[in-house]
Design a protein around this ligand. Structure first.
Ligand SMILES: O=P([O-])(O)O[C@H]1O[C@H](COP(=O)(O)O)[C@@H](O)[C@H](O)[C@H]1O
Ligand SMILES: [Mg+2]
Length: 639
């Protein structure tokens, strides 16, 4: 049986897609074009199970050559087909034996995006998925997919298949990934991904269509392609639903007005990911900011060679332009001419980094500050205020203090956006919105609300613009604007500062990382702390915990979610260090060490977090023998 061969991507910028966004999409109006008629024939192709298809924190991420079937070791030519067939079988089993009727297939534009879309559409059609929606260009940010699954005109989708490895680099030798979001726009939970994995170890064939020509993903929105007599692909406008939910969440007229203020300027770094065209559409076309407000907003298959992770290390150019040094402290001379507000997205547009002129806002602080300023955000304001907030466990407790003072229920969840979704209202509880409006976020540069079921990079930027508008409502004409750094300092003065930073040790040998985890468990989680020797640093390990979570909505228990070490300084100050292995890598292990110390002394608020936390980091690194076990003298990233 001859199977349709795969083509190889050519690494070219997608200028064709990016530059004429407005004309291409005709302002969001969809044209309805005649369906093409040449459909293929249904086929069932024998295959064998491929080990290792266990999705991590957010989907399955592997080196692209593995997905392409050209990896030296895993020469399985049907890697994508096997994964998608396992996914569909799982979705079918979850849906009373019925195959989903409508699915979106979209990606972040990374290398192999377009080929994978073609393969997946064929497998979906082979399995009888009736309506397949593919965004024009094949590119959509993760938050935009979530919005479209939930609210697309003419009926919501049963789910979405998102082709992304998020913040991991793309291109030959780099990462590709696929994740599944369910019918309320939320990443599939662990029950689903575990079942998918089990299925992937059993399958013996996949269904597809043969002989149909490739879909033209650049065809105008509204074009349909018939893949089989029962399945068609419709090209959709990627922006419509997303623009709509953001317009409902914020006051666009007010932002448009403020955008004209001579002293107010923004800078958005799209990192050549999927968020770029959405920033162009929202910030430039809808809100009227000048084009110079964007950098790296043309999606590229290799993200222009950059690591599309918005943190102090990888968003170095933006960080510098915002008048910041790489440790997040102000570079005063550059800060005086920096834009008022800067933000950066990751590859699939769901993460955010927020900075003011000379002021880096840690994600945990940003979340707490958005919570404290909820009145500035129409989505919360219209509903009479927040009814629930949540943070991932490794995020700092800055949110907790605000939630307590505002008397809002707070949840502390494991790392992974899927855990927030249940709290906002799950499939069964779709209309039972006890905790919405809801605000949630993670230290890993994720912030979001119940406007969709994913974190949302652009949302965070609009939230901060709204906070600045609110902070300046009484600023007289000609007076200097209240800046991000003023908002931040006022917040610390009110609540205290949670000094926070994260060390990442990327590409550590898996065995070494596991040994370190075992050591922490044996010596500290289950060990006798009173037997520990006094350390000259005076930083004492006083308690430990391995984090486990019981979901308050469905009662499911998730264990082994991070090793927490609680410390006390000689002066009585409390601090916390957490060790966790990342669940989003594709090879080896990434050790994450999260450091946090609460400070009430105002005089110290101006200091850089990495220097305040250095002795705590040294103490923790020595205790867990990180250097001895991994051979790593310094982290790959401090953020
Ligand atoms: O990669 P993204 O942007 O989808 O983000 C994903 O990974 C993050 C970091 O995970 P880890 O520390 O395990 O690497 C999680 O916080 C997030 O909820 C998840 O959606
Ligand atoms: Mg992401």
């Amino acid at each position: 049986e001859a199977f349709v061969p795969r083509t190889v991507s050519i690494l070219t910028p997608r200028e064709k897609y990016y530059a004429p966004v407005k004309n291409l999409y005709g302002g969001g109006q969809q044209q309805h074009l005649a369906a093409s008629s040449s459909s293929g024939t249904l086929a069932e192709i024998p295959t064998s199970p491929i080990p290792g298809m266990k999705p991590g924190t957010s989907g399955l991420r592997k080196k692209v050559e593995i997905w392409q079937g050209i990896d030296d070791e895993i020469k399985e030519k049907y890697y994508v087909e096997n994964f998608i067939q396992s996914l569909l079988d799982t979705a079918k089993a979850n849906n009373k034996g019925e195959i989903p009727k409508t699915l979106i297939v979209a990606g972040d534009g990374r290398y192999f995006n377009d080929e994978a879309i073609q393969i997946i559409c064929r497998v979906l059609a082979g399995n009888g998925v009736e309506n397949i929606w593919v965004p024009r260009s094949g590119i959509m940010s993760t938050p935009a997919v979530s919005a479209a699954i939930r609210t697309r005109e003419g009926g919501s989708a049963d789910g979405g298949i998102i082709l992304t490895a998020s913040h991991n680099p793309g291109g030959p030798g780099e990462d590709f990934g696929i994740k599944y979001n369910e019918n309320y726009g939320q990443p599939a939970g662990e029950e689903f991904t575990d079942a998918l994995y089990e299925r992937s170890l059993e399958i013996s064939s996949f269904k597809t269509v043969q002989g149909s020509p490739d879909i033209n993903i650049n065809a105008p929105a509204g074009t349909t392609f018939s893949l089989s007599p029962t399945s068609a692909v419709t090209i959709i406008d990627p922006f419509t639903e997303y623009v709509k939910v953001l317009k409902e969440s914020f006051n666009f007229d007010e932002i448009c007005e403020f955008a004209k203020h001579p002293d107010f300027s923004i800078l958005f770094d799209g990192m050549h990911g999927a968020g770029g065209p959405f920033a162009q559409r929202i910030l430039i076309e809808e809100l009227g900011f000048p084009k110079s407000s964007l950098m790296r907003c043309d999606p590229r298959p290799d993200f222009g060679g950059c690591h599309p992770d918005p943190n102090l290390t990888y968003a170095a150019e933006l960080v510098k332009k915002m008048g910041l040094k790489s440790d997040g402290s102000a570079d005063e001379s550059a800060a005086s001419t920096a834009p008022t507000l800067g933000a950066s997205n990751d590859g699939d547009g769901d993460r955010n980094l927020i900075a003011g002129a000379g002021c880096f806002v840690t994600p945990s602080d940003s979340l707490a500050m958005i919570c404290d300023n909820w009145k500035a955000i129409p989505h919360f304001e219209k509903a009479g205020g927040l009814k629930g907030v949540a943070r991932s466990m490794p995020s700092s407790a800055a949110l907790d203090i605000v939630a307590e003072s505002l008397d809002i229920p707070l949840f502390i969840t494991p790392t992974g956006w899927k855990f927030f979704g249940n709290l906002m209202g799950s499939k069964e509880q779709f209309d039972k919105r006890d905790y919405t409006p809801f605000l949630c976020g993670e230290e890993s540069f994720g912030t979001g609300t119940d406007h969709i079921r994913e974190k949302d990079g652009l949302w965070a930027m609009l939230a901060w613009i709204s906070i600045l508008i609110d902070a300046n409502k009484d600023t007289a004409e000609g007076q200097p604007l209240i800046q991000v750094k003023d908002v931040v300092m006022n917040h610390w003065v009110k609540y205290g500062r949670h000094f926070y930073c994260r060390y990442d040790y990327e590409a550590v040998e898996t065995d070494a990382a596991n040994k370190m985890v075992d050591l922490i468990r044996d010596n500290y989680i289950n060990g006798d702390l009173s037997a520990l020797n006094e350390d000259p640093s005076g930083i004492k390990l006083v308690a430990t915990e391995e984090f486990a979570y019981t979901d308050p909505v469905d009662g499911s228990v998730t264990s082994n979610q991070g090793l927490i070490l609680f410390f006390r300084y000689a002066n009585g100050d409390d601090a916390r260090v957490i060790f966790r292995l990342s669940g989003t890598g594709s090879a080896g292990a990434t050790i994450r060490m999260y450091l946090e110390k609460y400070e009430k002394e105002k005089e110290r608020y101006g200091e850089a977090a990495p220097s305040i936390l250095k002795s705590l980091a040294d103490r923790a690194i020595a205790l867990v023998q990180l250097q001895e076990l991994t051979g790593r003298e310094s982290p790959s990233v401090i953020t």
